[in-house]
Design a protein around this ligand. Sequence first.
Ligand SMILES: [Zn+2]
Length: 316
Amino acid sequence: MPQPIPSLDDTSLLRARTALGDFELTVCTDGTYLLDGGAMFGVVPKPLWQKRIPADAENRVQLGLNSVVVRTGRHTVLIETGIGNKQPPKMQQIHQNQALLPASLAAAGIRQEEIDIVINTHLHFDHCGWNTTLQPDGSVTPTFPNARYFAHAGEVAHGHLQLDRDKVSYLSPNYDPLIESGQMTLLDDAAIQAGPQRCLEICPGISVELFPGHTQHMMGVHIQPDRAIESRPGAAVDTPHACYIGDLIPTAHHIDPTWVIAYDLDPVRCIAERKRFYERAIPEQWLVLFTHDHATPMARVALNEKGKPVVAAPAA
Ligand SMILES: [Zn+2]
C-alpha cells in the first residue's frame, strides 16, 4: 500500500524570515522529502548520525527543500527551486515530496511574477524542479516568467552526458526549455573566477562562487547587502553576509567537515571545500543557509571547545 503523502500546514510553509542589512531574506519550502539515511551520511556509522536525525523503518530520513527569496530593494532573487511537479508518480511515492513551493511563496506574500532572478546552485532534480511547471495539457512552462535564470554550463553539460552514476538526478525539462528560449544564462568557471575574490556578481549584493565536490561545478550564493565582496578574512564581523551553500553542507547535521554525503562525486574535495568555507564563514559570522534542513534553515557556525565547527545559534 502506498503511504499517504504528508501535508504541511500553513505555518510550516514559511520556514524563516529575517533582515540582513537592507535586504529581506525569506526561506520558503517545496516541502519535505525522504532519502536513505545511509546515503545522506556516507561513511558515518548509523549509531552516530541517528542520534541527530531519526530514520524510519525503511532507514529513510526526512529532509527539507529550502528556497531562499532575497528582496534587495532592486531585485527579487530566488535561490533554488525544489523538486517541483514533474516527478513521475513512482518517484513521488519514493520521495514523498509535496510540491509546495508555489503555496509557500504565496504564504510569504511573494508573487511568482515578481521574481526577476533565479539561481540554481547545481542542477540535481531536488534543486531546480520548479524552474519549470508541468501544465495539465502536458506542456512545460517557465514558473517564473519574468526571471532570468542562472546556472553553471558545466552542470548542463554533465547532465546531458547521462552518466551511470548520476543520470537519475538530471532531468532536462528542468533546464533545457529555458536554455532553448534564451531565458537561462549559463556561467562558466572562467567568468566566475575572474571576479573579486573569485566570485561573480549576479546583481548588486548577490554573487556566486564555486564550491566543487558534490558536483564539479556546484556554486554557493553570497548575499552581501553592503556589496562587501571585497571583504577579507578578519573583516569587521558586523558586515552582514549570508551564504546559501547548496549541497556542500546540506543540513545543520552536516557541519562537521568529515560528515560528507555519499552522493558527493568527490567527497575528499568536499571536506577541503568545507574547511575553506569555514575559514571565512566562522570569523566573519556568516549566516549559513542550508538547502535540506527543514527544522534549521539558517544558522551561524562557531568552533566548540574541541575546535570543531558546530551550530552557534539559530538565527531569529
Ligand atoms: Zn540536494
